[in-house]
Design a protein around this ligand. Structure first.
Ligand code: A2P
Length: 322
């Protein structure tokens, strides 16, 4: 039986963003071996076939059953039109080698012009990379139409929960006005430098679970030149002091803080020792004063901001946060 409710979702998910295709099957197999049961996938990560191979290898080895796994995937921006949502999900299911997924999320509140599978998959952000001045091309698809289509794929039984990513409070209020099926979950960037306290509280007040991506802060963004190495959360003196107090690593403190404030996390590691370390963060209990000291590190520092990277990398101004 699939997981019945969103509350049953394992609180630490294994993130699959930016794992090179060639390494992905091994990473997934290894992660299942060390105890991960929640995987955060997406069409846009370009590695769903390899994720499926890693899962299959683990199932064949008897490490777990399919029903022990919580698999999330995400609808890419070019498939927002209701005509394309079922096919996008079908493609993800085929690539993963699964007959259902546990959670399907709208990846960004950004509708882009459709790109057929045979032209390019995953289509990414730029509409036609061969153009002299490649840009993003928007599609006029309101989010309520995409949400209706998400509700329909859920009703068809191939997805057990649906939700959204990267919505701000305005979009979330609006979604709650038109949703027939209450979204199960909001996935957003969050870490001690971007606590998003009000958005998290609002999502919870509406009954949504919240997952934090990039829970360790800037690390993933340094290689993308979207963050400087010096701004690492893991080198922050408060994080280090709390880590020393508990005799764990600053990364574990960041994860424990996220869990204790009631968010789940998705975090990637290619290193089995760090994979284990991250899973073990569930055992850490922070005091109220440690929680407050970490929350006070907030700088509203967002690393994953389409308002920056779309303009810098895709020649298109497209802010979604003010
Ligand atoms: P590595 O794969 O070498 O462990 P994301 O924010 O996208 O989930 O990525 C997490 C980043 O943090 C990766 O670069 C990962 O590198 C690194 N990382 C993951 N777990 C830890 C940890 N426990 N300590 C330090 N770095 C970590």
């Amino acid at each position: 039986m699939p997981y019945a409710t969103i509350e049953d979702m394992p609180s630490i998910g294994f993130g699959l963003w930016k794992i090179p295709e060639a390494d992905t099957a091994d990473a997934v197999f290894e992660a299942i071996k060390v105890g991960y049961r929640h995987f955060d996938s997406a069409c846009d990560y370009g590695n769903e076939v390899a994720v499926g191979r890693g899962i299959q290898r683990a199932l064949d080895a008897g490490l777990c059953e399919r029903s022990d796994l919580w698999i999330t995937s995400k609808l890419w921006n070019t498939y927002h039109h209701p005509d394309h949502v079922p096919a996008a999900l079908e493609r993800t299911l085929t690539d993963l080698g699964l007959d259902y997924i546990d959670l399907y999320l709208i990846h960004f509140p950004i509708a882009l012009a459709y790109v057929p599978f045979e032209k390019r998959y995953p289509p990414e952000w730029i509409h036609d990379p061969d153009e002299a001045q490649p840009v993003m091309v928007k599609a006029k698809v309101p989010l309520f139409e995409t949400w209706r289509a998400m509700e329909q794929v859920k009703a068809a039984g191939k997805v057990t929960h649906i939700g959204v990513c990267n919505y701000n409070s305005g979009l979330l209020h609006d979604l709650m006005n038109y949703a027939s099926e209450t979204p199960a979950l909001l996935q957003i960037e969050s870490h001690p430098y971007l606590t998003q306290t009000r958005l998290v509280a609002m999502a919870k007040a509406y009954g949504l679970a919240v997952t934090a991506f990039s829970p360790l802060g800037s690390l993933s963004y340094v290689e993308l030149e979207m963050a400087e190495p010096e701004e690492s959360l893991l080198e922050n003196e408060i994080m280090i002091a709390v880590a020393e107090q508990h005799q764990v690593s600053p990364a574990q403190i960041a994860l424990a803080w996220a869990l204790q404030r009631g968010t789940s996390v998705v975090v990637k590691s290619s290193n089995p020792a760090r994979m284990r370390q991250n899973l073990a963060s569930t055992e850490i209990r922070l005091s109220e004063s440690e929680m407050s000291a970490i929350s006070a590190l907030n700088q509203d520092r967002r690393y994953n901001d389409p308002g920056h990277f779309c303009e810098q990398a895709f020649n298109t101004l497209h802010p979604i946060y003010d």
